[in-house]
Ligand binder design. Structure first.
Ligand SMILES: Nc1ncnc2c1ncn2[C@@H]1O[C@H](COP(=O)(O)OP(=O)(O)O)[C@@H](O)[C@H]1O
Ligand SMILES: [Mg+2]
Length: 507
């Protein structure tokens, strides 16, 4: 790819990007969220037409902008969100959208034979007759890979493929990719995870703000240098160890004696279809500790957090905050008991995007003094609070009147944090608090959580990013199919055991 330029209105997503990948090579496309990685690969896959630049395959300039052309050229892409039809079988999905061979229906028997053949040749554990809905996420991903190979892919693009996998599943994927590369397939592996890029790839192209920051051989670089290239500056993510070094009294021993801030026992929550999303979960969070709730996305962690903060009804079980039973209490009562909630989805749940920054900050306490008196909002008090929070949480904006929706993701999340944490909460429930943020903003969020811990709050950190859980947690719990299936103190942490628990295997 040479001189690729893509613009979405005023946003230049790719600016004069060059990328060269050889047959049999595993090439990382590394960059922070929003760096332009997916856009560049969507150009290669024929889904976006660039305003400038050319693509050459085997030296020949090829026309751009048609997925069928891309398929003909042997380019296959496994997207971040899989594009399979859950009610159909593997074979039906693989044949879906293929050009007709003249008959009305694709020959599923023949397709099944070819799928079995391809699967065994590339050690992909796949049953062509299985229904997609019955497969694990890792299984669906293998189907996506096979679908690309079935169409003759010689260039295989995977967009952040490990985001949905356990550590063991990630290892399994890496084995598959190494074997494919050894057989001559060019693999482009999109990621923002440095350790994975270091472990898997031979060559790395780093994108930063739509431009190529560097192209390097993996053997000639290290994680630190890559982080600097991604961000443009030195950034270290804070960890619990840093916090302990700064607070010598904190010896990292278990907090068994600490006051219990949150106690959940036997909690059951069902979704609209009557399926138990939380199925008898029990956990405790003590004062001054961060408890990390690890798990593959979709195992009930979201629903569990919603039940704790009062946004989802509990069918059975009990939730207590600082000793008071709040199982049926209002959100307001829970907040009054010291709860702060950092929800997962800032666009839909946490922020009112058309409202000004100051109103978003004041939102939860607009009805209380000093922000309102006898039913009248005191605009001066609101402005004072907003100025305080904006300064303390380093919210960069033209002023408190700027609408929240026009801010960067990092600054939006700082509003959410500022609103929740400036009230000195005793319990913080943080769900994916750094999702989609760049490294600088992620470090800020992590420092804020460590600061609440140091101030004596209990923190429940719900995250599918194992690195985040490992960096910050005093204790780790693992959720699988709505139950807490394992617990581990910081000093006993084993990523291997965590991975087994996340996959529902006893460890
Ligand atoms: N369809 C789109 N419309 C408008 N802006 C987009 C679209 N797709 C991506 N962008 C913007 O382009 C930039 C690069 O996005 P993307 O390629 O998805 O980054 P990455 O995959 O590295 O996270 C971001 O600023 C993003 O908001
Ligand atoms: Mg992307």
């Amino acid at each position: 790819m040479r001189g690729i330029r893509v613009a979405f209105g005023p946003v230049v997503a790719n600016d004069d990007v060059d990328l060269q990948v050889a047959a049999g090579e595993i090439h990382a496309l590394l960059g922070e969220n929003g760096a332009g990685k997916s856009t560049l690969m969507r150009v290669l896959a024929g889904l976006i037409v660039p305003v400038a630049g050319e693509v050459r395959i085997d030296g020949a300039v090829e026309p751009l902008g048609s997925p069928h052309e891309a398929m003909r050229l042997g380019i296959g892409m496994v997207h971040q969100h899989f594009m399979l039809v859950p009610t159909l079988t593997v074979a039906e999905n693989v044949c879906l959208g293929l050009p007709s061979t003249g008959r009305f229906l694709p020959d599923l028997k023949a397709a099944g034979r070819r799928i079995r053949d391809l699967a065994s040749r590339h050690s992909l554990e796949i049953d062509p007759d299985a229904r997609i809905a019955d497969l694990s996420v890792a299984g669906r991903q293998r189907v996506e890979i096979l679908k690309a190979l079935f169409r003759g892919a010689r260039i295989l693009i995977l967009d952040e493929p490990t985001a949905v996998l356990t550590p063991q599943e990630t290892e399994g994927l890496f084995r598959i990719l190494r074997a494919l590369a050894a057989a001559g397939t060019a693999i482009i592996f999109i990621s923002h995870k440095l350790n994975e890029v270091m472990a898997l790839t031979e060559t790395i192209t780093v994108l930063r703000q739509g431009r190529v920051a560097a192209t390097l051989r993996t053997a000639d670089t290290d994680a630190r240098a890559l982080a600097r290239l991604m961000v443009g500056a030195d950034v270290r993510l804070p960890t619990l160890e840093d916090e302990r070094a700064a607070a010598p009294h904190d010896d990292g021993k278990s907090n068994a004696a600490a006051r219990t801030i949150l106690a959940v026992s036997g909690l059951v929550c069902r979704d609209a279809d009557g399926v138990a999303r939380v199925d008898g979960a029990s956990l405790e969070v003590g004062a001054g500790e961060i408890v990390g709730l690890a798990g593959v996305d979709g195992n009930g962690q979201q629903e569990l957090a919603e039940a704790i903060v009062g946004l989802r009804a509990a069918e059975a079980g009990r939730i207590a905050i600082s000793g008071e039973d709040v199982t049926r209490a209002s959100v307001a009562r829970r907040i009054a008991l010291g709860l702060a909630h950092i929800p997962e989805d800032r666009h839909h749940t946490a922020l009112v995007e058309p409202l000004a920054i100051r109103d978003n900050i004041a939102l939860e306490r607009i009805g209380e003094p000093p922000l309102s008196r006898r039913g009248w909002i005191d605009r001066k008090a609101v402005a004072r609070l907003a100025a305080e929070v904006m300064a303390a949480f380093d919210i960069r904006a033209s002023g408190p009147g700027q609408t929240a929706g026009t801010l960067s993701g990092g600054n939006q999340q700082k509003i959410v944090l500022g609103r929740a944490l400036s009230r000195d909460p005793s319990l913080v429930v943080a769900v994916q608090p750094a999702r989609g943020l760049d490294v600088g903003a992620t470090a800020f969020v992590h420092r804020q959580l460590l600061a609440r811990r140091a101030a004596g709050a209990g923190v429940l950190l719900v995250s599918t990013e194992l690195d985040e859980i490992l960096a910050l947690s005093d204790r780790i719990l693992v959720v699988y199919k709505g139950r807490i299936v394992g617990a581990m103190a910081r000093r006993d942490i084993s990523v291997e055991r965590l991975g087994l628990m996340m996959a529902g295997k006893a460890a």
